[in-house]
Design a protein. Sequence first.
Lengths: 114, 113
Amino acid sequence: AQKVTQAQTEISVVEKEDVTLDCVYETRDTTYYLFWYKQPPSGELVFLIRRNSFDEQNEISGRYSWNFQKSTSSFNFTITASQVVDSAVYFCALSGDNFNKFYFGSGTKLNVKP
Amino acid sequence: DGGITQSPKYLFRKEGQNVTLSCEQNLNHDAMYWYRQDPGQGLRLIYYSQIVNDFQKGDIAEGYSVSREKKESFPLTVTSAQKNPTAFYLCASTSGGYTDTQYFGPGTRLTVL
């Protein structure tokens, strides 16, 4: 069975703090992809990153970084020096070679206070 | 600009009425999806379509219907059989494989009065 768990329902930080959003997944597929999306108050999901199961290199993009650990089935997302504009709901998602279905976690709401 | 458009942005419906939500994409994507999002919750898959004239039920298809007559269009009808249709509806598309990124439209917020 495919499943994505985001145990943190809501996180509040003060601007400039670092924050890590957790994502744990379950899959029986040997080849799969992991994603992070941002949903600002406007509602549209904005794609942030895609990572395949064979690439465990961490990735950094500006203030964002992602830590993929196959051994613990986790794909965590860290925002460094958070800003108010980072306030949103963040979703982790999984797709596998059983095609075309994407499994989303329940989301983590991040509140960044000035 | 390529992208996914959904209309209307807000939709109000009286109980017992069917309504159709529009989703159009000009990304030349083969696969399209409909999700429902309730307040404070994640996304639940309603229907998806891999190619024209073909679609499959997702996890919560009851009370909904779709069609896929054109590659770029995947309208969703919320029927009167849907017991609790008030929600935020998101349309998405990919170029067709599970390796591809799913891109989303801006959503339609449906309220039943």
